[in-house]
Ligand binder design. Structure first.
Ligand SMILES: Cc1ncc(COP(=O)(O)O)c(C=O)c1O
Length: 526
């Protein structure tokens, strides 16, 4: 790699007072793999390290100021990466993007005023509003045509005379949308119409995957607009705590400068200034990083969709964060589940406004990512159980509910035929995933050593996830332990292929049962 950047090797971060690792190990133990907070497990660009070393070796760490070289670096970066012309006078200083959010809320609204945010959203967006005594108004994102979108119709309805601003995450953390020019334009139109300020947090701007293109809010409109940014996420230097704003609107800019002056926050950390000046020369490093991150993103997405199909991950267009919807699994507290059972620490969706989701940070060496995902899969697989019992057991009711849904309602089979009076002599099986009943079957010994498997049913919305195979394998294992020599079944012809894959062979012509064509199949126990 041209920058000597090595994204594959992990030297470990423990013992550095690092929030991502040390804090989690302290709280939950050293067997936990942290895949949370937006902090990458890659060292920053070697050129930044070199520059900081040189600065450190100088040995003087007195007060510093941001020079022309510093502002020039920001201007050049915007020109190079986004083709944008940023005027030097538009740039204002800050001690971090989140503190700046808080400052703008304070400065441009009064206690009790309303600030709109669009959950699920980066948790400090709630805090900077609520902790300053303002009211959070949630304009929740909506999923339309499989894509997260801003609900602009609802947005307009939420605005009243107490609504002062909207805080936008562009690109959006956690769902990974890179807002398009058209989407931002529509948003700008509404905010302009109602005289609302837009604070666009663009800290993930550099982390965009092909074919998506970052659009700064400044390219859409500049009146009553504040853009906030920092090299913190892109170069993994958030711990140096520095940020900037770009504000073409002169009145807002002037008011903010006075505020910063009054807060005595004009100075900054010497090393953060050095780092920004060098970072914004490291365009090649960012390109290499993005190639690595894109492969990680695709790997994680592919792995989750094929191995944990009840989890629904979002393929992010930008950021190194993956928002995973666990609602299909009906997991009550998915973050807690993966911490307890997989020993993987993910961000809890509840903090973002949706407790049915988790957020996975995939900015780490591939081996670590794979390890985390494998741990999650193991916990996911272990959460599948198959129990067996007799009809008198209370759990039989759950089997009957599934049979009712699948056969009586789903296939219009008459209740009298379904309830054939043979349940009493059968052994009943119930498959659950995350304690949710999903599949059932029963088995009866019809001759010495010959077991007939019947009433195999998987709830419709959980088909094609492998539960049928899972319950059949468990049934065979249990029956084998009971001395089975042969399994037989009557298969509806549309599932003949499914049983063939499990080693069953057809031993009859097609015949009708309950008005449905069937074949007899059997499998001799190995
Ligand atoms: C959307 C967003 N804004 C701001 C920040 C943090 O900014 P800072 O460290 O400069 O306060 C993050 C960090 O994850 C973020 O995701």
């Amino acid at each position: 790699m041209s920058n000597n950047g090595d994204f594959d090797t992990f030297q470990g971060r423990l013992g550095t007072d690092c929030v991502k690792w040390d804090m989690i190990v302290k709280l939950y133990g050293d067997d936990v793999l942290p895949m949370w907070v937006a902090d990458m497990d890659f060292p920053t660009s070697p050129k930044i390290v070199e520059r900081l070393k040189k600065r450190v070796e100088h040995g003087f760490f007195g007060y510093t100021f941001r020079s022309d070289e510093y502002y020039g670096a920001i201007i050049d970066w915007y020109k190079l990466r986004y083709g944008m012309n940023v005027d030097r006078t538009w740039i204002v200083d800050g001690p971090g993007v989140v503190p700046m959010l808080s400052f703008f809320v304070n400065l441009f609204s009064q206690p009790g005023d309303k600030v709109i945010i669009q959950p699920p959203i980066y948790p400090p967006f709630f805090k900077v509003v609520e902790n300053n005594g303002r009211r959070v108004i949630e304009n929740r994102l909506v999923k339309k045509d499989g894509k997260w979108q801003m609900d602009l119709e609802s947005l307009e309805k939420l605005i009243d005379e107490r609504t002062k601003m909207i805080i936008l995450s562009n690109p959006h953390n956690p769902v990974g949308r890179v807002w398009t020019h058209e989407e931002l334009e529509k948003l700008y139109e509404i905010t302009q119409k109602h005289g609302i300020m837009v604070i666009s947090d663009e800290i993930h701007a550099d982390l965009i995957y092909n074919p998506h293109r970052f659009v700064s809010f400044l390219n859409v409109g500049q009146r009553n607009v504040v853009v906030l940014n920092s090299p913190g996420k892109t170069f993994n230097i958030a711990g140096l705590t520095n940020s900037y704003g770009i504000i073409p609107d002169e009145k807002i800019r002037a008011a903010y400068k006075v505020y910063l002056e009054n807060m005595e926050l004009n100075s900054t950390n010497v090393l953060s200034v050095e780092a920004l000046k060098e970072a914004y020369k490291c365009s090649d490093w960012v390109d290499e990083l993005m190639t690595y991150l894109q492969a990680n993103r695709d790997f994680a997405y592919q792995y989750i969709t094929s191995n944990m199909p009840l989890l629904k991950p979002e393929l992010p267009e930008g950021t190194y964060l993956m928002w995973i919807d666990c609602s299909t699994a009906r997991l009550d507290k998915p973050q807690q589940f993966f911490l307890d059972k997989a020993r993987v620490y993910l961000n809890d969706g509840a903090d973002f406004g949706d407790g049915k989701c988790v957020r996975l940070n995939f900015a780490c060496p591939r081996t670590l990512l794979q390890e985390g995902l494998e741990r999650m899969k193991k916990a996911y697989d272990n959460a599948i159980t198959v129990e067996h019992f007799e009809m008198s057991d209370i759990r039989f009711k759950q089997c009957m509910l599934i049979r009712e849904m699948v056969f009586i309602i789903g296939q219009n089979i008459e209740r009298e035929i379904e309830l054939d009076g043979k349940d009493e002599e059968a052994l009943h099986f119930l498959l659950k995933h995350f304690s949710m009943p999903i599949a059932t079957a029963r088995a009866r010994q019809i001759e010495d050593g010959v077991w007939k498997i019947e009433r195999v049913a998987v709830l419709k919305e959980y088909r094609a996830y492998g539960y049928g195979k899972h319950i059949m394998e468990d049934i065979e294992r249990v029956l084998k332990e009971k001395g089975a020599k042969k399994y037989v079944l009557n298969a509806q012809i549309q599932v003949q292929g499914f049983y063939e894959k499990l080693g069953y062979t057809v031993v009859s012509d097609v015949f009708e049962e309950a008005g449905i064509p069937h074949v007899k199949m059997e499998k001799v126990v190995a």
